[in-house]
Design a protein around this ligand. Sequence first.
Ligand code: FAD
Ligand code: DHB
Length: 392
Amino acid sequence: TRTQVGIIGAGPAGLLLSYLLHAEGVDAVVLETRSRAYVEKRVRAGVCEHPTVELLREIGVGTRLDAEGLPHHGFSLRFDGQDHRIALTELTGKSITVYGQQEIVKDLIAAHEAKGYPIRFEVSDVELHDVDTDNPRITYRDSDGAAQTLACDVIAGCDGFHGVSRPTIPADKVKTFDREYPFAWLGVLAQTPPSHEELIYTHHERGFALHSMRSPEITRLYLQVPSDEKIENWSDDRIWSELDVRLTTNAHDFVLREGPILDKGITPMRSFVTEPMQYGRLFLAGDAAHIVPPTGAKGMNLAVADVRVLSRALVELLQHKRSELAESYSDTCLRRVWRAEHFSWYMTSMLHVDPSADDFTRRLQLSQLRYTASSRAAATSVAENYVGLPFA
Ligand code: FAD
Ligand code: DHB
């Protein structure tokens, strides 16, 4: 079979790209190794930037997001037992929306289904061929195990950090930038109302903790743990008592609400960028091209920003035979990618406890927290990055 754009991966990047392309009359097929049920249940990011929300609304997939998403006009930095609110809307005129990534994935899959746009779930043995020619191909096995070939004009690698797309680029054609952190996040989803109406990013001597939510009934919480930590070491009781120690403060009437834990897992933290994000007729987007540590809530939003640029470039290339936007795809995206890399690294460094940091570094960190909390200029800078800079 043949399509114009073969898209590998049905995460936010692949699904949104497919939807944007079909809307402009470009034919695309999405290939996904996991089942539909699996990708719809996978708990990940929760913060949608202002530009992400606007885009989803504009293309008509924002109905449930508008009905069920929670608009947030600020968040708190909690340190020294005190809350310091970053007033997002007052400082920037914009807000963010708390709406689970898997809800966006569900909405995009439903929108594909309604319009008959193809997504092939449960495929295997996905391989890319001839990406440095004008006739790239994808071979794979379909959900019945039958061998298939998809001939394409372009391949979009939207298959996440552990996908097969990025490794098909010869090593001497890309430069990668990498940083690992000496900690990870243990995340839990709990069936209990949030303990506070806004997110709380907490710097505590025992490590970072984050209070977030998914709905008025569901809380999302994270704890900094060592990078080699095993989830088996964390019973539900231990998780609640550690969250309680780090989040509880006497300065506010904050009481951590506990409840049944519905999901828990550990996410490693790293920064990673591939340059360029393109090789021949293969374009990388989202986590396939770059990773940020989650502290700035930028991962999913960057994936959305990438495919907005990519969809325009591919419409120009495939419908109007104009290649300028395709040629500048990587440069255009990397400007936003590096801004998000810096912001995510900055928020991570400011809020976590680095076990190897010396006393001098710890004093600098505390000073940065105090400055961010007390200076309108510093808070505005954090707020402007957090709500999302305008698309290019
Ligand atoms: P993905 O969502 O990873 O989608 C890639 C898709 O490709 C997947 O569905 C995968 O199954 C599929 N795939 C992989 N290999 C193949 C193949 N060979 N063939 C076909 N399909 C393939 N960000 C935050 O901001 N906050 C968070 O709390 C947060 N938590 C996270 C927790 C985890 C465990 C992970 C992995 C990421 C988390 N992120 C978080 C980051 C955020 O979720 C990602 O940035 C976002 O998912 C990127 O979207 P994507 O579409 O590029 O990639
Ligand atoms: C959530 C995740 C983040 O990485 C973040 O910075 C804020 C909130 C969340 O899952 O709710």
